[in-house]
Ligand binder design. Sequence first.
Ligand SMILES: Nc1ncnc2c1ncn2[C@@H]1O[C@H](COP(=O)(O)OP(=O)(O)O)[C@@H](O)[C@H]1O
Ligand SMILES: [Mg+2]
Length: 278
Amino acid sequence: MSVRDVLRGIIGIELDENDPFGRPARRRTLDISHNVILYLEDITVSFDGFKALNKLNLTIDAGELRCIIGPNGAGKTTMMDVVTGKTRPDSGTAFFGQSIDLASLTEAQIAHAGVGRKFQKPTVFERHSAFGNLELAMTADKRALPSLVARLRDEERDRIADTLRLIGLGGEADRPAGLLSHGQKQWLEIGMLLMQDPRLLLLDEPVAGMTDDETMRTAELFVSLAGKHSLVVVEHDMAFIEALGGRITVLHEGAVLAEGDLAAVQNDPRVIEVYLGR
Ligand SMILES: Nc1ncnc2c1ncn2[C@@H]1O[C@H](COP(=O)(O)OP(=O)(O)O)[C@@H](O)[C@H]1O
Ligand SMILES: [Mg+2]
């Protein structure tokens, strides 16, 4: 696997084939003048006639921390696949900010525009240190791949150290990622995403397999990221969702069943019927 493949596949950075130094193209400015970072309208995705998403409408505000819940098969992961460009909808529109039509961009271009995605399984570089993982993620961002072998500037070291502290790995900088706990690997991967300075973070079941303590620390991390970043978090863990404290969207059969704060969705008979009551 070449560095180009690694960056494209795992971190989502697209290198410019025409640039001799392999520097990625400059990020487009994101227009959030209407305070909306993600706008999905009437998105339908069919698999062999089965509608995984059925005229889904979803609006995420800039800086918002949104939770998505719903039964298995509701379309939560498919929704994220549409936003990242992995799956193309049969119909409907998807905008990132006011002016970026996601249908016009490749998967790599969407990532580069500022959409970061965390999959369920952590994909860190096991043999590199925690610091080294963030260094690799950052190096791609500052458009200077040759400096993979060059010395880091002080401010770059500081930025990596700050991010390690933020994700609770301040004391694990030199530890090979392969030796970190499952929860720590998840945080490290979030740190790698953060080195790309994403505007929108999509997190699919981020606390699956974590201890209760790790789960609550992840909630604190996400709350601290909101504002500067927008977050869309898919989870089943209701204690975690409560700790996040954000607005909740309930998906069912590919569409929005309910939306509101925790108390509102917990008391909604339709939500109890299809999800919470089970
Ligand atoms: N690539 C695919 N091919 C066929 N069916 C799929 C594919 N991806 C998802 N589905 C189906 O679409 C529905 C929604 O799946 P998914 O988005 O993964 O749900 P969730 O994440 O809410 O559990 C499920 O019935 C699933 O089996
Ligand atoms: Mg899923």
